[in-house]
Ligand binder design. Structure first.
Ligand SMILES: Nc1ncnc2c1ncn2[C@@H]1O[C@H](COP(=O)(O)OP(=O)(O)OP(=O)(O)O)[C@@H](O)[C@H]1O
Length: 278
């Protein structure tokens, strides 16, 4: 691996977001530290997706700031944030199903290239050189790394769900992110697919050093691989800390269950994850 992109530090300060009269996010602050995995969890409707959309620039919070390495990026549109190193995967896979794995991954990188997609698809001059370098780099750094060599020329639509999610991760990595935003990376996966994805996310952290922020419902996976967990409830941050600290926090348990029984919480959450995977 030879990926040398400095990880970024994401800081959210006093974020407010309302839809009409409904407060989706209310005075929420937290930090995703460089080179760490931060998980954003919370019951359904807690505001996780809204928060993700504020971070990637799809939503504009009414108040508060999104800072990246100290710079206020709140007013930047998603493509401008992408240029600063934000890369995102989506809850519902956002790939071109008729295109091959390799072409889908290359599209991730074209956002950053000096020549645009059309120029790059015609093999002349700088475009041709960039295209060849890109292909070599993607094959070396990403396709091998994510163990998707055998499917590189297959159309994405023909792949299993777990592999499609891995291709989406590959496309995000092709952007050479300084922060990777993963929206429910293992939703809908079976146990084996979940374990594979968890391992790849850990490998990205360890080998690329990328800052990772993920929204995830699978508590087993969250507790296994996160360095830091932030819990949202009704749009507010109600807890943050190490996975074990959060797991045993009575406010968190109450938010999920309305009871003080952490064992029951874990059982319920594990059951929900299994239901989604079934
Ligand atoms: N575009 C929108 N318009 C109106 N209300 C919205 C919109 N997006 C989200 N909401 C509301 O904001 C609140 C937070 O929703 P959000 O989807 O961010 O929660 P979540 O934690 O991601 O939930 P889930 O785990 O179910 O995906 C909910 O009450 C939701 O109905």
């Amino acid at each position: 691996m030879s990926v040398s992109v400095a990880p970024g530090r994401l800081e959210l300060e006093g974020l407010h977001l309302s839809f009409g009269g409904l407060k989706a996010i209310s005075d929420a602050s937290f930090v995703a530290e460089p080179g760490r995995i931060t998980a954003l969890i919370g019951p359904n409707g807690a505001g996780k997706t809204s928060m993700f959309n504020c971070i990637s620039g799809f939503y504009q919070p009414q108040r508060g700031a999104v800072r990246f390495d100290g710079r206020d990026v709140s007013a930047l549109a998603p493509p401008q944030r992408a240029k600063l190193g934000f890369a995102r995967t989506f809850q519902n896979i956002a790939l071109f199903r008729g295109m091959t794995v390799l072409d889908n991954i290359k599209l991730g990188r074209h956002a950053h290239m000096r020549t645009n997609v059309l120029q790059a698809l015609t093999y002349f001059g700088r475009a041709a050189r960039e295209e060849m370098e890109l292909r070599a780099e993607i094959e070396r750094d990403i396709i091998d790394f994510l163990e998707i060599n055998h499917i590189r020329h297959m159309p994405v639509g023909s792949l299993s769900y777990g592999l499609q999610k891995r291709v989406e991760l590959a496309r995000a990595l092709a952007m050479r992110p300084r922060i990777l935003l993963l929206d429910e990376p293992v939703a809908g996966m079976n146990r084996e697919e979940t374990e594979d994805m968890a391992r790849f996310i850990l490998d990205v952290k360890e080998e690329w050093g990328t800052t990772i922020l993920m929204v995830e419902h699978d508590m087993g996976m969250v507790m296994d691989i996160s360095d830091h967990v932030v819990v949202l409830n009704f749009g507010q941050v109600i807890a943050r800390g190490l996975p074990q600290e959060v797991q045993n926090n009575p406010d968190v348990v109450a938010a999920y269950l309305g009871s003080g029984d952490p064992a029951a919480l874990m059982k319920k959450l594990a059951g929900e994850a299994a239901e989604r995977a079934a």
